[in-house]
Design a protein around this ligand. Structure first.
Ligand SMILES: [Zn+2]
Length: 288
């Protein structure tokens, strides 16, 4: 098993500097860059289909000591009243978890749902019910070594922010843990929570609600971010100036909070320059 007690920092998908861009070469390049994790981006579809291919990817990851995670397709709405969309959403998550299981990826990150102007509490209960069902199905299929990771979103129209997700995961009571996207957090709060204290508060709340184990096994996304009062607009490079004049994400404060709370798990750079900010975060982390 991978050493998750340390925090592994890595890339969202194949690093841009990879010469021949495929998953296996991407894993090797992550190691060349002295990074420790890579998220397989199934965002436009689960592009790895067979058990054999998944196992091959898993072998490559193991030999390079690169921890894998998976980002499930974007096209998911567990709050859809349309049965077909709901079924397709479930299938995308299960298919992602299946590949994750065979590739040795421990986490599948999911965008859960849209509020669709419905009552927020009802949506919470509905989506929670869907995760309970998904979890049960993973257990039945033997894929329950994979943790489902609903991602904290950056727009108020999307389910959900970190606080709701932490609450939901605590109520589910296992197999589902939040993926904390720090850039989305800053965007969702329109820049009001962009400090060492704000970032620490997230970790504090996770420990309170989900226990120290959750801090030992975090899954994180990070990047710079552009936002409006409706939330996230697009990802930026860490120190890139916002066209709208917002302060940049205080990424050093974020990394310092990770260090101070001694978190373990995986932190994935989703900056447009992917590996450049991953390396920056890692070097700063190690300098602390
Ligand atoms: Zn995402």
């Amino acid at each position: 098993m991978y050493d998750f007690m340390k925090l592994r920092i890595g890339t969202a998908g194949v690093p841009l500097s990879t010469e021949t861009r495929d998953t296996i070469n991407g894993i090797a390049q992550v190691r060349n860059l002295n990074l420790d994790a890579m998220e397989l981006e199934f965002v436009r579809g689960v592009y790895v289909k067979s058990e054999k291919d998944a196992k091959e990817i898993g072998e490559a990851a193991k030999s390079h000591d690169v921890a894998l995670s998976i980002h499930a397709p974007y096209f998911i709405n567990l709050n859809s009243p349309d049965r077909k969309i709901l079924e397709a959403s479930r299938k995308r998550i299960i298919d992602s978890a299946r590949i994750g299981h065979f590739a040795g990826a421990r986490s599948v990150v999911t965008h859960s749902a849209y509020y669709m102007k419905m009552d927020r509490h009802e949506v919470f209960e509905r989506v929670k019910g869907e995760y309970v069902k998904l979890r049960k199905e993973l257990v039945e299929r033997g894929y329950d070594d994979v943790v489902l990771r609903p991602e904290s979103m950056g727009k108020s129209s999307q389910f959900a922010g970190v606080d709701e997700l932490v609450k939901m995961c605590a109520e589910i009571g296992g197999g589902v843990l939040p993926c904390v996207d720090f850039a989305h957090y800053v965007a969702l709060h329109n820049g009001a929570k962009n400090s060492y204290e704000a970032f620490s508060e997230i970790l504090e709340n996770i420990e309170k609600a989900l226990g120290r184990e959750a801090l030992d096994n975090m899954h994180i996304h990070f990047s710079g971010i552009e936002y409006t009062d409706k939330g996230e607009r697009n990802h930026l490079v860490f120190d890139e100036k916002s066209a709208l004049g917002h302060p940049i994400i205080k990424w050093r404060d974020m990394v310092k909070a990770w260090k101070d709370y001694k978190i373990g798990g995986i932190a994935i750079s989703e900056s447009p320059n992917i590996e450049v900010d991953a390396i920056k975060a890692k070097e700063f982390y190690e300098s602390l």
